[in-house]
Design a protein around this ligand. Structure first.
Ligand SMILES: *[C@@H]1O[C@H](CO)[C@@H](O)[C@H](O)[C@H]1NC(C)=O
Ligand SMILES: *[C@@H]1O[C@H](CO)[C@@H](O)[C@H](O)[C@H]1NC(C)=O
Ligand SMILES: *[C@@H]1O[C@H](CO)[C@@H](O)[C@H](O)[C@H]1NC(C)=O
Length: 403
């Protein structure tokens, strides 16, 4: 009897399932294979128009979502702008190579591939964004030449929500690789970012005014910051990142401009810095124009391999005018926890906590730090504390200097 009841229930359930499944509207995406829509993978025909038109068709599609597919092959692409809002979600699958113009003057915009005002954008694939930066790097002399050419970043996102990138490679950007401005709820996983260690300003991932960002399983090696976190960015979770070569994971620089916003709620965990100039870095301008707060940061389970300055809080950052080497930073740094940070430091000063005299760092917690000096100078690692209030526990190499 129980058996019959059971069988009947199972039958009912499966009937119900079939009914539900068959009445649901199809949500298979409409596929736009770029080759079938006029793109030519010969590495020299400019596909910018073809891509822009495909984007427009995909973006205005109402009856289903869209999937733009870039198959294997080399698609030369001048500057493109992919602008929303779109009617539906869009997948952008890149298995081929998108090749940027080698001459920087052939990209007539700030960003080579730029997404704006889009929600639910899912970029993935095994393909490559080849920024062809080599010809541009020697032209990057804006610090001494006011007539310097403007170099484009590889891929930009502005006013983009609920989106993600999974799996692609970005190679040899002219300036930064990926730039995010006013982006909320965005995930980055399995991405590879590569440029030579001597390529100027080739930041890996750069964020401003953004929130709820997850970065994981990503390998970044460039000539500048692996990740740069700027004004107004909150709620970032960075894990399983390999950074190097490069300048580490940097918050800032902050304080230079007057309308800057607080930076808070950052976690960096299970990450390796290998051969970088800095590891964990916060930099604020010595003579600052804005009074903001940097707070609630956790760095944990972090390995440093031959890192120049593994832990470097620098509130005396003053690279060039308009910074003046006088006065104190007005950026308040507080609630910072560093736990289980270990490995090797090329500088003797493995822990540098150089805070502002006007706004001393508050509530800095060091737990289990083990950073050995392995540079050319003799002697073991040291710590520097200026205007910092906090406490330490567990293993402590170098000996801490918190008051
Ligand atoms: C994106 O998210 C932010 C923060 O949640 C919100 O203020 C903004 O209106 C959203 N933008 C769009 C286009 O949905
Ligand atoms: C991003 O990842 C988080 C945590 O895994 C998840 O909850 C969220 O839904 C993801 N968002 C997107 C847009 O993929
Ligand atoms: C660190 O970088 C060096 C030099 O590129 C490399 O040989 C080594 O395998 C890397 N170590 C780790 C743990 O990634």
């Amino acid at each position: 009897m129980a058996c019959i009841v059971f069988a009947f229930k199972a039958l009912c359930l499966s009937l119900l399932f079939i009914t539900v499944a068959s009445t649901r509207p199809t949500n298979r995406p409409k596929v736009f294979n770029v080759r079938r829509y006029g793109a030519i993978p010969d590495g020299k025909t400019d596909n910018a128009n073809a891509f822009t038109n495909i984007w427009k068709s995909a973006c205005r599609r109402v009856s289903s979502s869209s999937k733009i597919y870039v198959p294997k092959g080399t698609f030369y692409l001048g500057g493109v702008e992919f602008v929303g809002p779109c009617k539906n979600k869009i997948e952008f699958v890149i298995d081929g190579t998108l090749l940027a113009p080698a001459n920087p003057r052939d990209i007539k915009q700030d960003t080579w591939i730029n997404f704006r005002y889009v929600n639910n954008l899912y970029i993935s694939g095994s393909g490559t964004l080849d920024g062809q930066g080599k010809q541009s790097w020697p032209l990057n002399d804006c610090h001494k030449n006011t007539n310097c050419p403007k170099l484009a970043m590889t891929m930009g996102f502005a006013f983009v929500n609920n989106s993600r990138i999974n799996g692609i490679t970005s190679l040899n950007s002219k300036m930064g690789h990926f730039n995010f401005f006013s982006v909320h709820h965005f995930n980055i996983t399995g991405v590879t970012i590569t440029a030579p260690d001597n390529s100027p300003n080739t930041d890996g991932l750069k964020f401003g005014s953004s929130s709820h960002i997850h970065i994981s399983n990503t390998h970044i090696g460039t000539g500048d910051d692996c990740i740069a976190i700027l004004s107004g960015t909150t709620n970032m979770d960075i894990s399983n990142v390999k950074c190097g070569p490069g300048h580490g994971i940097s918050v800032g620089s902050l304080g230079k401009n007057k309308d800057e916003k607080d930076v808070k709620d950052l976690i960096v965990r299970d990450t390796i810095f290998n051969g970088t100039s800095d590891g964990i870095r916060i930099k604020t301008w010595e003579s600052s124009a804005s009074k903001i707060v940097v707070s609630n940061f956790v760095y944990e389970n972090i390995q440093m391999i031959n890192v120049g300055k593994p832990i470097n809080i620098d509130q005396k950052y003053c690279p060039h005018p308009p910074c003046e080497k006088k006065g104190e930073s007005h950026v308040q740094i507080q609630n910072l926890k560093l736990r289980n940070i270990y490995g090797t430091s090329k500088n003797k000063v493995a822990v540098n906590l150089q805070c502002s005299k006007s706004f001393p760092c508050k509530n800095v917690e060091l737990i289990d730090i083990n950073l050995k000096h392995n540079g050319v100078k003799a002697g073991s690692s040291t710590a520097v504390c200026k205007n910092v209030d906090g406490f330490a526990s567990g293993k402590m190499v170098p000996k801490h200097c918190l008051g």
